[in-house]
Design a protein. Structure first.
Length: 264
């Protein structure tokens, strides 16, 4: 059972798989106890928690939908009950609906409502629940919030217009929260481009996924498709380093923003 309050503590929303799971593992490797959050992927969330425990820290698993304020408060409360404090919040939970941007009839109001509820309102609600405890964090620099945004928030390119709009809103939210929570809490965002996750694998068949990987690497100046671990490295730097940095939006895309003006 959790109970070692001698280590700093992190909450990572949407951390059963993909980028969120990578963030949880990297934070655990840095010596933080981690609260792993999921909505549906219970087995994957427990596997992520076990991977964190294998790195010598404590981890707990908390189910909850960040679109629900009560679930956000419960997630923070679970970490506080286990470890007594909170040092890092990673707002990773996100959702989308794949829709052709050229077909404006492909999105309905309900699509916008759900995407914004998770990607924007969820990040706000979870930060609000965590803020008093992040402000009280020690560690030589107070607490930190890192939002997982997307290059879609700058480019308007992505799985759908609603998704890109939500990430633009999350970028603005990052700036607002950085002002509101200073000086005790730093708030930054990491904005990946194309990333090799099951998010894309769930949309494409095996052959299409192989083509996507090859094409994404081809158009990137660094000739790579970004991995979840590479995104997590940046998240951890914002969370644990960068003591003089707040209100920054960092693109992690292998340099693709330099060359591409349309989707792969």
């Amino acid at each position: 059972m959790p109970g070692d309050s001698s280590r700093p503590t992190a909450v990572v929303s949407g951390s059963a798989t993909g980028i969120g799971a990578a963030c949880a593992r990297h934070l655990a490797a840095a010596g933080l106890n981690v609260a792993v959050n999921y909505t549906k992927s219970a087995a994957e969330a427990e596997a992520t928690a076990e991977a964190c425990r294998a790195l010598g820290v404590e981890a707990l698993v908390v189910q909850g939908d960040v679109a629900e304020d009560a679930d956000c408060r419960d997630l923070v409360a679970a970490a506080l009950e286990a470890w007594g404090g909170l040092d890092v919040l990673v707002n990773n939970a996100g959702t989308t609906r794949f829709a052709d941007a050229g077909d404006l009839e492909s999105l309905a109001k309900d699509d916008f409502d759900r995407i914004f509820a998770v990607n924007v309102i969820g990040a706000y609600q979870l930060t609000r629940a965590a803020a008093p405890h992040l402000k009280a964090a020690g560690g030589g620099g107070g607490g930190a919030v890192v939002n997982l945004s997307s290059h879609s928030g700058f480019s308007g390119i992505g799985s759908s217009i609603a998704y890109a709009a939500s990430k633009g809103a999350l970028n603005t939210l990052t700036l607002s929260l950085a002002r509101a929570l200073a000086p005790e809490v730093r708030v930054n965002a990491v904005c990946p481009g194309f990333v090799d996750t099951r998010w894309m694998a769930g949309k494409l068949n095996q052959a299409e996924m192989a083509e996507f990987r090859a094409r994404a690497a081809e158009i990137a100046p660094l000739k790579l498709l970004v991995t979840p671990d590479q995104v997590a490295e940046a998240v951890c730097w914002f969370a644990l380093g960068g003591r003089a940095v707040t209100g920054q939006l960092l693109v992690i895309d292998g340099g693709t923003h330099l060359t591409v003006a349309k989707p792969v």
